[in-house]
Design a protein around this ligand. Structure first.
Ligand code: KG4
Ligand code: ZN
Length: 358
């Protein structure tokens, strides 16, 4: 029996160096090194530190992935790599490494859009995505609502994006004001357990009747949380962090799930996929489950290790591209740090020019 083609995926757009291996939709290996601890004292990712950390981690992480799968470089059939969006220096390290591997192994290279990777992550756990589905991407850098048909053949329709901060960014920045550690999302989630979600009436931005139903805004919410903390400080009170965290989390979860379900209703879509680091938030998950169940919508959320940045999700897109017979990138392909999400493949050959397998 002919074996399935094997795709190595590389991710280096932010602070995680990821290498994953996927074959015919099956996850064979998943290795990640994070430089998060090196950024903690600065309260956010420092691009130069991230790029240098990728340089250190690239080879060991790829080796670990190959070892996990019991494979050698010569067993690979393709290499897929995030070419954008992300931090320029960080992306460049991953792309240079991926080009070297593809060249050395004599296999095609595919450039992948980072957000398409987040979407594909779910297929590794729950199988192929239904066509169509609504995808809510919520991470430290992105908050987008998408209508996805065939992920690698069809254009991806952006229903809405954040007009300012991403949801994770809001958690991270407010956590800092509340005196909680970086990254703020998990810290807010933990603190919220002891709090009352109705203690503070934080705003629900862009949810008025005249507002864009699918656009998000979190910077006003961040400011409201900072003002609330400031008011307590000026009054000389102890900050009721648990109540603030629970109320903030409630506001974010409410807005995210309300808009995602409005999109499912408007486009008559039966499946909602929630991906990205903020999909780990306990209240976002619980409220999504509650509202999807009430609306008769199937909810898919990948496991945590596939929600945060990783190479397996990029390999998953590469695997779909290979199986769809998409044309690979040229070795001269470059990064695009602010690439809009139009197609899953992010190299010129994919921009509307889809060539079937020979
Ligand atoms: O997808 P991700 O790992 O990286 C990108 O930004 O691409 O997402 C990281 C974000 C951070 O903002 C982090 O604070 C947030 O996800 N996050 C959470 C939780 N776990 C991670 N936010 C809220 N609750 C959590 N449990
Ligand atoms: Zn990401």
């Amino acid at each position: 029996m002919a074996r399935g083609r094997i795709v190595l995926g590389i991710e280096s757009s932010c602070d995680e160096t990821g290498a994953g291996i996927v074959s015919e939709g099956r996850l064979l290996a998943h290795a990640v090194a994070s430089s998060m601890a090196e950024h903690a004292r600065y309260g956010g990712v420092v691009p130069e530190i991230a790029a240098r950390a990728h340089l250190h981690s690239f080879t060991p992480v790829v080796r670990e992935a190959l070892d996990q799968a019991g494979l050698r470089l010569s067993d690979l059939d393709a290499v897929a790599v995030t070419t954008g969006p992300g931090l320029s220096g960080a992306l460049q390290v991953g792309l240079a490494g991926a080009k070297a591997l593809a060249y050395a192994a004599g296999v095609p290279l595919y450039g992948v859009h980072h957000l398409a990777g987040h979407v594909a992550a779910d297929t590794l756990e729950h199988g192929p995505l239904p066509d169509p589905c609504v995808v809510l991407i919520v991470s430290g850098g992105h908050t987008s609502l998408l209508l996805v048909r065939d992920l690698v053949r069809d254009p991806i329709l952006h229903l809405g994006d954040t007009v300012d901060d991403a949801a994770g960014e809001c958690f991270d920045k407010v956590a800092r004001v509340f005196g909680l550690p970086y990254p703020g999302g998990p810290a807010i989630d933990r603190a919220a357990r002891a709090g009352n979600p109705r203690a503070v009436a934080f705003p629900r931005p862009l949810t008025g009747p005249k507002d864009d139903p699918y656009a998000f805004s979190f910077s006003g919410l961040k400011t409201a949380a900072a003002r609330w903390a400031e008011k307590h400080r000026i009054a000389g009170d102890d900050l009721p962090v648990a109540d603030g965290a629970a109320s903030l989390q409630e506001a974010v979860a409410d807005v995210l799930t309300r808009k995602a379900l409005a999109a499912c209703r408007a486009y008559e879509v039966g499946t909602l996929v929630v991906v990205g680091g903020v999909a780990a938030n306990s209240r976002v998950r619980a409220l999504a489950e509650e509202r999807c169940a009430a609306a008769g919508v199937e909810l898919r959320v990948p496991p945590m290790t596939l929600c945060t940045d990783n190479g397996a999700m990029i390999a998953a897109v590469g695997d779909l591209l290979v199986r769809a017979g998409a044309s690979p990138a040229r070795l001269g392909v470059s990064i695009d740090p602010s690439a809009p999400l139009e197609y899953a493949a992010l190299h010129p050959a994919a921009a509307g020019v889809w060539t079937p397998a020979a």
